[in-house]
Design a binder for this molecule. Structure first.
Ligand code: HEC
Ligand code: HEC
Length: 273
């Protein structure tokens, strides 16, 4: 009898039982916000098609898709000084670049085209930007935020509740789970890194080690992680975040729950254009 209760309790722990998840008003307050589009003129289909073609064509010294691979959400799992960020959903962010130093997608594209390809061309920038604006994902996480409780399993809802409880949503909020603000890497405990983040752009001492809290929508699929790609185990990233951003240690069970939630958030369909 006792064993049976124990087994039931363990099974319950394993699947999060019928965890209702966090309160609905809490979910709405934290995650509903989603700047749908960048602030440019609406793009035409022809512009997006041209953008897609340019994206995979060698322009000057490189093709965007050399590093931002189309089949891998726009990243390549490698570092080119910094870790190549995924480009799916890129325009849903409020700040761009690992250091969050850019606010406008068109400007960021112009910078990439100039720095990586050695090309300056206003029309190419417009087309590439239109293409990137249409590169979006949608999945169970979106349906959950929109009110469908069943879109996440009990265990995944428990993972979300843990994500909130531990404090992750303080920086990784909105439908995108981040990409909205900059924070000090090592806000709670110093984090060893050579890149000084936003400080390298502004030269201001107060900006030292400030980076964008990146979107976590696809994070479970886009390792290795962090601005330098230095950590290749997602569980380790979760532990480091808790320790260095929040000043707390998390249990294995909490790490498991959060990782399960991040995997659910990354369960998406993707479209370009
Ligand atoms: C050599 C590899 C490489 C090439 C080629 C490249 N990128 Fe990037 N891209 C990166 C890296 C690395 C970053 C991160 C830069 C940073 O944060 O300092 C980045 C950042 C970006 C971002 C910002 C993403 C975000 O979430 O903040 C955009 C947009 C982007 N690239 C678009 C492009 C476009 C468009 C092209 C082609 C014109 C291009 N890139 C070519 C490696 C590359
Ligand atoms: C104080 C703000 C803050 C808090 C709280 C925070 N993060 Fe982060 N997070 C960041 C910043 C800043 C980065 C970017 C670090 C870098 O550039 O190397 C980041 C990066 C990440 C990444 C890597 C994403 C990628 O694509 O490489 C993951 C995963 C992540 N955080 C998960 C979490 C989890 C889980 C929690 C809760 C335990 C959490 N974060 C709490 C600010 C925060």
């Amino acid at each position: 009898m006792k064993t049976r209760i124990l087994v039931a309790a363990l099974a319950c722990l394993a699947v999060g039982c019928a965890d209702p998840g966090p309160a609905r008003d809490h979910v709405a307050a934290l995650f509903e916000l989603d700047p749908r589009a960048f602030h440019g003129a609406p793009a035409t289909a022809a512009q997006r098609e041209l953008g897609e073609r340019l994206f995979t064509t060698r322009l000057g010294e490189a093709a965007c898709s050399d590093c931002h691979r189309l089949g891998d959400h726009g990243q390549d799992g490698r570092s080119h000084v910094r870790n190549t960020p995924a480009l799916a959903d890129v325009s849903r962010q409020l700040v761009l670049g690992w250091d969050g130093g850019e606010g406008d997608l068109g400007q960021m594209v112009a910078r990439e085209l100039r720095d990586r390809c050695r090309v300056e061309d206003a029309q190419a920038v417009a087309a590439l930007t239109a293409f990137l604006d249409g590169w979006r994902t949608r999945g169970r996480w979106d349906r959950y935020v929109e009110g469908d409780d069943g879109a996440l399993s009990g265990a995944e809802r428990h993972g979300l509740a843990t994500f909130i409880e531990v404090g992750c949503a303080a920086c990784h909020a909105g439908r995108t789970l981040g990409g909205r603000s900059r924070h000090k890497l090592g806000a709670a405990a110093p984090f060893a890194t050579v890149d000084t983040g936003l400080h390298a752009v502004t030269g201001r001492d107060a900006d030292r080690y400030f980076f964008k809290a990146p979107m976590l929508r696809l994070a479970a699929r886009t390792g290795p992680w962090l601005h330098d790609g230095s950590v290749s185990d997602l569980r380790e990233v979760v532990r480091l975040m808790a320790r260095h951003e929040l000043g707390r240690e998390v249990s294995d069970a909490q790490v498991d729950a959060i990782v399960l939630f991040l995997q659910a958030a990354a369960d998406v369909d993707e479209r370009t254009g």
